[in-house]
Design a protein around this ligand. Sequence first.
Ligand SMILES: NC(=O)c1ccc[n+]([C@@H]2O[C@H](COP(=O)([O-])OP(=O)(O)OC[C@H]3O[C@@H](n4cnc5c(N)ncnc54)[C@H](O)[C@@H]3O)[C@@H](O)[C@H]2O)c1
Length: 441
Amino acid sequence: MKKHNRREFLKLTGLAMAGSVVPLSACSASEGAMVASAAATGTAVSPDYTLKVGLVGCGGRGTGAANQALSADPNVELTALGDLFPDQIERSVEQLTHRHADKINVPEERRFSGFDNYQKVIDSGVDVVLLAAPPAFRPAHLEYAVDAGVHIFCEKPVAVDAPGIRKILDAVKRSKEKDLSIVSGFCWRYHNAKRAFFGQINDGALGEIRTVYNTYLTGSLWFRDRQPDWSDQQYQLRNWLYYNWISGDHIVEQAVHSVDFMSWAMGDEMPVSVIGTGGRQVRTDARFGNIYDHFAITYEYANGAKGFHFSRQQPNCENSYKAEVFGSEGIGRALASGIEYSINGSNPWEYDGPINDMYQTQHDELFESIRNGRPVNDGELMANSTMLAIMGRMAAYTGRRVTWEDAMNSTKKLGPDHPDWDNIPDATALEVAMPGVTRFT
Ligand SMILES: NC(=O)c1ccc[n+]([C@@H]2O[C@H](COP(=O)([O-])OP(=O)(O)OC[C@H]3O[C@@H](n4cnc5c(N)ncnc54)[C@H](O)[C@@H]3O)[C@@H](O)[C@H]2O)c1
């Protein structure tokens, strides 16, 4: 039977009037089911209508995002959860129940494990889905959500390779045609002080931007010890950070935030080319899979400006998370964490406003956009910033200059097309990239 989406339903019933508030709660149960795969898109949604939220990827960030989603609007409930592993779902439900007991409506039959969990979550009739599985899965998850016509919170990064980015961009195009909201997990874009700082720069306070120096220098990350009942495949997926086909390597998985800083300062114009280096000095044990532990990348822009990116995951070293922006009229400094957001030069400026919880603001703005029928769509931004980090990794892995065009047209897929238990790559056979030997494809 054809399932009508919300838009089709409105057309059928003649309710689709610009700016109208649709009292979805007035729908009969069967009408509710018919439109359940999408709360109104491009049309305001009545505050009486309970927005149903699904979560895909019930780890630390996914559980956090669900907490924020449930806090963002008085009339939302969590109705479905999906993860590869049932224990992750149970842990997430337990944590969320502490905070939002009255908003958790997830009976056993709406807790989905296995690789097809996302399809089941989305098909269960949610209005909004939170996509927080590891990055390799995001393109398929986002594509399915867009095609189902649900609003989306999409964690960063959004892919691990260029074919994944192209899939994201195609889906983003369709999401706009459907008036869907997509709020990305590039959370720094939702931070008051950073918005004000980069707003000053984009408005010309530093004149012409010549250089952006940005860092994500941090220590070692978590590791999940092998349990006796874990298969090799399960072990790999539990420790997904360390396998580049799942995480994209740490420049893509984590340092992408700082690369995004650089892009913001450059007005989100994409560079012409990139050159870089990287490797693994302390992360040599087999348990660290095949990712690097440091990158140093130079982004080259059409006007001669350069972006210098440094990222490192090595313990007992100096940490740094910041952007310094050098323009013809002065220098701007933003610390990723901390309180310094300042501009020195012809147009001195310092941020002295309130500091918000950016994770909460993301969801406040997502749910507000759904309620008022005015979609927010971070789709291209999240694809471009992710691609910048992928491009840096490509340059470091191969040792060659990579143009934006080359990177976007790359056919290199890091993992299987449709990951499942029977095609997970053998971890011992995964190569650590070797500059000058690893070929660009
Ligand atoms: N924006 C931020 O500040 C921020 C912070 C942390 C993490 N993240 C991002 O959030 C995502 C998740 O990171 P995390 O820290 O929550 O990791 P995590 O390991 O705590 O959680 C990932 C969860 O996804 C599950 N999973 C694995 N494969 C899956 C699949 N195919 N389908 C559904 N679930 C699957 C895992 O079992 C796990 O429960 C990553 O993309 C990460 O980069 C963003």
